[in-house]
Ligand binder design. Structure first.
Ligand code: NAD
Ligand code: DAU
Length: 331
């Protein structure tokens, strides 16, 4: 199989490439990545000999056409992915997430190539804290932020290209990922690296917002399950029943790093901050037989803390600029 992975130098994409090289050595992997601030060639260093990296934009129609023509399957991770950035400057989100996805869809349509679109649970908006409900594939789209609205737009493009043009595509909407190679702008790596630097973790608002955490290895094993066994045109929700409020996550990071559990600060809230996400992944489990295989959140978080401790050279170059941008927002 010749596999084109867009965004393969980012957090989830690079972990997907690592897992693919490790578990499916027969697959030929090409990565298309613009190497924005969020992409890092170093994230692919351990598999550099097994992978072809092409630096380029998913909205570059000529380049995309050439790469898709040589692929059997495209897995589309590339995106602007950070909500806080989308509130400061939404345009790159529209360009990459919407125009980039459109560009890929036109190419897979021309060349009859199988397409898997990586999306987010945030397309469904949010749930109340005391609501027993979870997101299902039938939940109406109701995105809150510029980021999530551009992801919702990209999902709808995929659905329309399946129905109108017969494109062979599937979609997955996953909850919050954690694990190695995640940019220090994101919640968990930001707080781990703050603790390493002797800075108190920062919780938005009251810290009561809930996210449904899944280890990145489990997200990626689910993506492979869908590529191999998913029904064309179908949407699969990926989650591992990992609901935690942000305060509990910070308290666990503090405990695992030997700090007092209350050594954090509450800072100003993110505008439009979604309250709670929760995934019902029963379609993926019952129809396709997928199960998460990663150990408990506590064990996964402890391993992630160790990874950031051992790989300071990977994250250190991004830390100061990231914190300077947050300081301007008062967060
Ligand atoms: P990330 O920001 O870490 O990585 C994004 C990658 O895309 C980077 O390597 C970047 O250089 C590349 N990229 C950005 N613009 C590009 C362009 N125009 N052309 C080519 N490459 C470009 O993001 P991530 O957290 O790894 O997320 C990957 C995908 O998974 C996204 O589609 C995101 O919406 C989705 N997702 C993320 C999560 C999560 O918790 N992080 C959860 C569910 C879904
Ligand atoms: O649900 C899937 C989504 O998860 C993905 O689609 C996004 O790409 C990914 O970034 C993530 O979005 P969130 O906005 O949930 O993730 P973030 O890491 O930015 O924040 C997680 C929670 O932590 C959120 O409630 C905001 C809060 N937070 C974040 C930061 C950076 C803090 O309390 N303090 C912080 O310093």
């Amino acid at each position: 199989m010749r596999l084109l992975v867009t965004g393969g130098a980012g957090f989830i994409g690079s972990n997907f490439v690592h897992q693919t090289v490790r578990e499916r050595p027969e697959v030929q992997v090409t990565v298309l990545d613009a190497l924005t601030y969020a992409g890092d060639e170093a994230s692919l260093a351990p598999v550099a000999d097994a992978v072809t990296l092409v630096q380029g934009d998913v909205a570059d129609a000529e380049l995309v056409d050439r790469l898709v023509a040589d692929a059997d399957v495209v897995v589309h991770f590339a995106a602007e992915s950070h909500n806080d950035n989308s509130l400061t400057d939404p345009w790159p989100f529209v360009q990459t997430n919407v125009v980039g996805t459109y560009t890929l869809l036109e190419a897979v349509r021309r060349h009859g190539v199988r397409f898997h679109h990586i999306s987010t649970d945030e397309v469904y908006g949010d749930l109340e804290l005391d609501d027993p409900a979870k997101f299902t594939p039938e939940t109406p789209y109701n995105p809150s932020s510029p980021y999530s609205s551009t992801k919702a737009a990209s999902d709808l493009l995929v659905r329309a290209w399946v129905r109108s043009f017969g494109v062979q595509a599937t979609i997955s909407n996953c909850s919050n990922n954690y694990g190695p190679y995640q940019h220090v702008e994101k919640f968990i790596p930001r707080q781990i690296t703050n603790v390493v630097d002797g800075v108190r973790p920062k919780l938005y608002g009251t810290g009561e917002n809930v996210r449904d955490w899944i280890h990145v290895e489990d997200h990626n094993s689910a993506v492979w399950t869908i590529i191999e066994r998913g029904r064309i045109g179908e949407t699969y929700l990926i989650g591992a029943d990992g609901e935690q409020n942000n305060k509990a996550v910070v308290e666990l990071i503090l405990e695992l790093t030997g700090q007092p559990r209350d050594a954090y600060d509450l800072v100003s809230d993110r505008p439009g901050h979604d309250l709670r996400y929760a995934i019902d992944s029963s379609r993926l489990r019952t129809e396709l037989g997928w199960e998460p295989r990663y150990p408990s959140f506590r064990d996964g978080l402890a391993a992630t803390i160790e990874w950031y401790r051992a790989n300071e050279a990977w994250w250190r170059p991004q830390k100061d600029a990231t914190e300077a941008a947050y300081a301007k927002l008062g967060r």
